[in-house]
Design a protein. Structure first.
Length: 363
């Protein structure tokens, strides 16, 4: 993968949350706007991002407009991101953690406050997203994208449109044709939703019920995938997968027999953010980079390519109805009413969930 030309690696055969073997880091030379503030630092920026989570030409366009070299490294999930930074920042300037991990990082003193004077494009963000319970006042995080967790499936291989988590958590109807996601907190959370509990349950008994449900169901599961369910669907290796909406939308564009649904019991609504980790070697460049991402045209280009819901109102205003009216991207109010945002429940509950997931994997 290292032999692919700069700017193309993120676009070829990989999805947002899949990290191919050997692709631990990608060096990409791009540049930041020549703001006076950025001139005070060396012309470098280190970006730690999910894979395929940037526009098709964003980095190349950035290079054409500016003069700072950016090295982008890829992480597979929030746990990897958190662990990499927990013992000290190895040199990253901008990272992309999900909501609850922002809160964990704030509590652990792992993030730097943003310099809003260098981020005038903050005004482009929908007012709904200009504050957050996990980061009051948006002192440490800028909303990047948001979306849902649900079921992706091949329409021609199911008897009728899927509606419930029961299909993947409590049924042998599609034995050997299902992919689960290998993320403990997310899976335990949506399992709790299926059982009628809160996604954010802290009750050991309820978490135990999910554990036993999953252990019973595990023989019917073909693979517990590191966020490659959408590709397994595309290749025909499975017919149903627990997946993120944006990942599914990317493969749905390639195969119209694939579709996506948020189950009727409800699910997770998540939010990814842009943050500057404590100890960032180029903090002014980082603030300027974030401001560039929030430009209306840049934001629209990114959203159009990765097919996740943008919180950038100015960017959304530039998009066509195929994007803005797509319920797989922007769920209905009724669907959202059945969903929950994740909250950080403390290390004790995190350990409880990790222990339950370990037992599920070992069963």
């Amino acid at each position: 993968m290292g032999q692919k030309p700069p700017g193309r690696l993120l676009m070829e055969e990989i999805s947002r949350r899949r990290l191919m073997a050997g692709a631990a880091a990608v060096g990409i030379s791009v540049t930041l706007p020549r703001f006076a503030a950025a001139q005070e630092e060396e012309k470098k920026l280190n970006f730690y991002n999910w894979d395929t989570y940037i526009g098709e030409t964003t980095l190349e366009d950035f290079k054409d407009a500016t003069g700072i070299d950016v090295t982008m490294s890829l992480f597979a999930d929030n746990d990897e991101l958190f662990a990499r930074l927990r013992e000290g920042n190895p040199g990253f300037d901008v990272i992309v953690p999900t909501d609850t991990y922002v809160e964990r990082m704030i509590l652990a003193d792992m993030l730097m406050p943003l310099d809003k004077s260098l981020i005038p494009n903050f005004k482009n963000i929908n007012p709904v997203f200009q504050d957050a319970a996990f980061d009051p006042g948006r002192k440490f995080s800028i909303p990047y994208m948001w979306g849902t967790m649900g079921l992706g499936y091949r329409k021609s291989r199911v008897k009728e449109p899927l509606k419930s988590w029961k299909t993947v958590f409590d049924s042998d109807e599609y034995r050997g044709r299902i992919a689960w996601l290998s993320e403990a907190v997310t899976m335990i959370g949506v399992g709790a939703k299926y059982l009628g509990y809160s996604y954010n349950t802290t009750d050991p008994k309820q978490i135990g019920e999910v554990e036993q449900l999953f252990i019973k169901q595990k023989p019917n599961i073909k693979v517990i995938a590191p966020d490659t369910g959408q590709d397994l669907l595309l290749s025909g290796e499975v017919d149903i997968a627990v997946e993120w909406n944006g990942d599914m939308l990317q493969v749905m564009a390639e195969d119209d027999d694939l579709t996506y649904v948020v189950p009727e019991e409800g699910s997770l609504v998540w939010q990814d953010t842009l943050c500057i980790p404590k100890g960032a070697p180029h903090p002014k460049n980082a603030n300027s980079f974030i401001n560039y991402i929030l430009d209306a045209k840049v934001g629209a280009s990114i959203a159009d390519f990765i097919q996740y819901a943008t919180p950038n109102a100015a960017a959304k205003a530039l998009m066509d109805e195929a994007y803005t009216q797509n319920p797989a991207i922007f769920p209905s109010e009724a669907t959202l009413a059945r969903c929950e945002s994740a909250v950080y429940r403390g290390e004790k509950v995190t350990r409880m969930i990790d222990e339950a997931w370990t037992k599920i994997l070992a069963a």
